[in-house]
Ligand binder design. Structure first.
Ligand code: FAD
Ligand SMILES: NC(=O)C1=CC=CN([C@@H]2O[C@H](COP(=O)(O)OP(=O)(O)OC[C@H]3O[C@@H](n4cnc5c(N)ncnc54)[C@H](OP(=O)(O)O)[C@@H]3O)[C@@H](O)[C@H]2O)C1
Length: 330
């Protein structure tokens, strides 16, 4: 009889990283995600202004293993470096803030990385897992429609901490650790103009009440440049305070803050879009790597186990896979 596969809940970069490491080691995996495709916070949204990166804007690679992986992604044509005219804004004052940091983006959109990584890995989308339980030898997952999936030999939960905690009931200690990680929201707005704004700014780290970051979409490699589209992110504090504000009001406030900040005339917008990320980033970084109850065969990973960045999420997926494989060899 063939061995039961390993279930991975969450097809963001952490779940995909774990899936790749396990498949490379010869294990069979099955991914589940509540969205219509992979990528999670690294996905891109199709819109009338083209495909937009509303979540992760770019990523850096400081760990050697991740750097080597990103080089491989570049060779496969999934990523390229992005060197925008970088600015900072402090107390409403814009100033150039060029640096030597290499920043990477998916091409032609951020979701290209997840699309590349998933390959032909078995994945079930639009499937929100609501329960994870273990019988005598195997694991079963139950989704929001009441459908059961299984049997599975082990389970990796690769979700933001509050969502992971809800599925970790079988391992109360892991559930408590995940429950102890608050995650901050981010309101993300895309705004497009029919003719290009007369500014050199292509990206800006902002220290403001409302705005945290802005990026000019067309400055990234491979993007559609028919419109001059900008992505604006609210700060964690502002996003938390305005969590339930209607999207139109969020757009009005963030585009207003952008118009005050940018050093040029801002004309009528031709397109706007708002997206609320409820669990955008962990409030603090951790050094857990991944969480494991190896005897049970239950693991948790995600950006919140490390740095709250793309690199941290990828490394956490690797660590969950490493611990699972280590336990199998015992
Ligand atoms: C607005 C924003 C800007 C960011 N900017 C940057 C940046 O510039 N640089 C950087 O390095 N990082 C950035 N990040 C952070 C980065 O995107 C994350 O650290 C990383 O993508 C997290 O990956 P993950 O796999 O841990 O989680 P996720 O990407 O959140 O993946 C979790 C997956 O689980 C799925 N899911 C959730 N619950 C269930 C369930 N019950 N059943 C099934 N599936 C479920 C979700 O649909 C999702 O696909 C940003 C994040 C946001 C939101
Ligand atoms: N909005 C969200 O929900 C986010 C969730 C998770 C991460 N987010 C942002 O991702 C960026 C990733 O950080 P990192 O990979 O470390 O990138 P860096 O470019 O190194 O930026 C880190 C941090 O440093 C400041 N900074 C870096 N370069 C400059 C520069 N040239 N000029 C001014 N400041 C710079 C900046 O911090 P501030 O506090 O100064 O705004 C960067 O944020 C990172 O941008 C996360 O915010 C978003």
């Amino acid at each position: 009889m063939s061995k039961a596969p390993i279930a991975i809940i969450g097809a963001g970069i952490a779940g995909l990283s774990a899936a790749e490491a396990l498949q490379t080691a010869g294990e069979a995996v099955q991914l589940f995600d509540k969205s219509r495709g992979p990528g999670g916070r690294m996905s891109s949204k199709r819109s009338e202004a083209g495909s937009l990166d509303l979540g992760a804007q770019y990523f850096t690679a400081r760990d050697r293993r991740f750097s080597e992986t990103v080089q491989r992604w570049q060779a496969q044509g999934w990523v390229d470096s992005w060197s925008p005219n970088l600015y900072q804004a402090r107390s409403g004052q814009l100033s150039p803030s060029t640096d030597e940091q290499v920043r990477w983006v998916g091409v032609p959109r951020m979701s290209a990385i997840a699309r590349g990584l998933i390959g032909d890995t078995p994945a079930t989308y639009a499937c929100r897992i609501t329960d994870v339980f273990r019988g005598e030898a195997f694991w079963t997952l139950v989704d929001a429609d009441g459908t059961s999936h299984g049997p599975f030999s082990q389970v990796i939960i690769a979700l933001p901490a509050p969502q992971a905690s809800a599925l970790l009931a079988t391992a109360p200690k892991l559930a408590a650790v995940a429950a102890s990680v608050p995650m901050e929201p981010t309101w993300s707005v895309a705004v497009a103009f029919a003719s290009p704004l007369e500014t050199r700014v292509e990206a800006c780290f902002v220290q403001d009440d409302a705005l945290d970051w802005l990026a000019r979409h067309r400055s990234k490699p491979g993007r559609d440049d028919r419109l001059d589209t900008w992505v604006l992110h609210g700060t964690s504090a502002w996003s938390r305070q305005h969590l339930d504000l209607p999207k139109e009001a969020v757009i009005e406030q963030l585009v207003g803050a952008f118009a005050e900040l940018i050093d040029c005339v801002v004309p009528e917008t031709t397109f706007t879009l708002a997206h609320r990320w409820l669990y955008a980033r962990p409030a603090q970084t951790h050094e857990w790597g991944a969480l494991a109850d190896a005897d049970l065969g239950l693991y948790a990973c995600g950006d919140w186990c490390l740095s709250g960045r793309v690199e941290g999420a990828w490394l956490s997926g690797q660590e969950a896979a490493r611990r699972l494989l280590e336990q199998q060899q015992r």
